[in-house]
Design a protein around this ligand. Structure first.
Ligand code: ATP
Ligand code: MG
Length: 447
């Protein structure tokens, strides 16, 4: 088994930054994280805040979550907290839950070559880590983390910060540097490539050249990652508030294709900037919502990312003689089942995603009874937002989008009037009597 770095044990003593010389104050750390740190300390264990929490606080940013590192074994952590669950087989750790907040507590890890059995550690022939549960010291733990800026430890005993890997200098310089040999570290865990992009985009950091170079080659290794894990990573990538930039970077480094091959193929066929414009707008929309602290649903995000393959597939089916609506349903089904092989989308998101797509034709049909029902549909709002995006890129008539905006804002009487006007002269009421072929929508717009 390879070690994380050969010089790990011979490295010089760490840089210790005393409390007076850094900006991390306990007032900035979540109360729950402090509770966990103190409880571990009082039980005689070492306890440190590590990872994004320390990194972001040193940068003056608000951390997304707090991670704790300790020499207590997962079972020992569990026995200290009632609200604690052990998770993960590949990387076993403790989740201590406080309402909606989860504090992740990881036991210090050692390099694999100190494993005395292969139950704790396992690597494939290609160097992919299957299990990473060999416990060690803080120093060993520092060297097997991903980036130097993620390997800073805040000690709850004296409030100092410990730096074994040069993370503080990189943090000051705005550099993202993988610890150890980048190629080997990416092969061990290809998700580290996605993490490089995520942190570079989020922090505005430069990816150090040796850390950057292997990514172009190794992107295909993402195919080895479980689709369920990639789903979590995709959410982190696109819900971090910088989705537009992240998307461009993922494509630049060849990391988008292994996760969304159908979308990448559709993008390759793009004409006049479309569908890139559509995705970029959807992502800009997501970024805006996150900035405004509004919820963003994964269903909408995936609906946008996969819309172009659905549209193209549907068009193929229609050309081959299938009717519009069945073609849309069939295309949606095919795209979903293919996508699941790469990034799996849990049913609770794939079902509403499919609805967002299959509700699109209903914006074109505006029969009075159906409009009322449609407006009351639990997924109406998401489908409407999606339709507005399509209107922005010229895929749906702008007037139709405006009509749907207005009808939501008006009262009952106004609604009736709008529907009468929309239908007047359109032939909508006579539609049922006309031959099927001539059933034209009230307004222009395609699905
Ligand atoms: P954020 O929580 O803001 O997304 P983070 O750096 O805290 O960023 P987490 O996923 O919470 O990221 O992981 C916590 C820490 O665990 C990281 O900072 C890093 O030290 C370590 N870590 C996470 N994933 C890996 C990995 N794949 N390989 C090596 N170390 C990792
Ligand atoms: Mg974190």
């Amino acid at each position: 088994m390879p070690t994380v770095t050969s010089n790990a044990s011979s490295s010089p003593s760490p840089l210790i930054i005393p409390r007076a010389e850094h900006g991390i104050s306990r007032a900035l750390i979540s109360e729950n994280a402090l509770k966990v740190l103190y409880r571990l300390k009082e039980s005689g264990y070492e306890a440190y805040l590590v990872g994004g929490g320390v990194r972001d606080l040193l940068l003056g940013r608000e951390p997304k979550d707090f991670d704790v590192a300790t020499n207590a074994r997962p079972e020992e952590v569990r026995s200290l907290f009632r609200n604690c669950r052990l998770i993960g087989r590949r990387f076993r750790l403790a989740h201590v839950r406080f309402g909606r907040e989860i504090i992740e507590v990881a036991t210090f890890r050692a390099p694999h070559d100190v494993a005395d059995n292969d139950k704790a550690a396992a690597l494939t022939a290609d160097g992919l880590i299957l299990r990473d549960n060999v416990y060690g010291t803080l120093e060993q733990d520092a060297w097997r983390r991903d980036f130097t800026v993620n390997a800073l430890y805040y000690n709850i005993r004296d409030f100092s910060v410990l730096d074994h890997t040069g993370g503080l200098a990189d943090l000051k310089a705005g550099v993202l540097r993988l610890i150890g040999d980048p190629e080997r570290r990416y092969r061990e865990d290809p998700v580290r490539m996605l993490r490089a992009i995520r942190f570079a985009a989020k922090l505005g950091f430069r990816i150090e050249p040796d850390t950057e170079a292997p990514i172009f080659e190794l992107g295909r290794c993402l195919g080895e990652i479980a689709p369920a894990r990639l789903f979590d990573e995709v959410l982190k990538l696109f819900q971090g508030g910088v989705a537009v930039e992240t998307f461009e970077m993922l494509r630049h480094y060849g990391l988008f294709k292994p996760m969304f091959p159908l979308t990448e193929a559709a993008l390759a066929k793009e004409t006049q900037g479309f569908p890139r414009t559509f995705i970029a707008r959807a992502l800009a929309n997501t970024d805006r919502r996150i900035q405004e602290n509004k919820p963003v649903t994964p269903a909408f995000l995936f609906a946008a990312l996969l819309w172009e393959p659905v549209r193209q597939r549907k068009a193929d089916l229609v050309r081959a003689g299938t009717d519009e609506i069945p073609a849309l349903h069939a295309a949606a089904g095919e795209v979903i089942s293919d996508q699941q092989k790469h990034v799996s989308i849990p049913k609770r998101f794939s079902i509403p995603m499919r609805e967002i797509w299959t509700m699109q034709p209903r914006f074109v049909q505006r029969f009075p009874k159906r409009v009322e029902r449609f407006l009351a549909h639990p997924r109406f709002r998401a489908a409407y937002d999606f339709m507005c995006l399509r209107a922005e890129v010229g895929e749906v008539d702008e007037k139709l989008a405006e009509w749907w905006t207005r009808i939501q804002e008006t009262d009952d009487a106004g609604r009736q009037q709008m529907m009468r006007r929309a239908n007047a002269g359109s032939g909508a009421r006579k539609r049922r009597r006309r031959p099927r072929k001539r059933k034209s929508p009230v307004n222009k717009g395609t699905t």
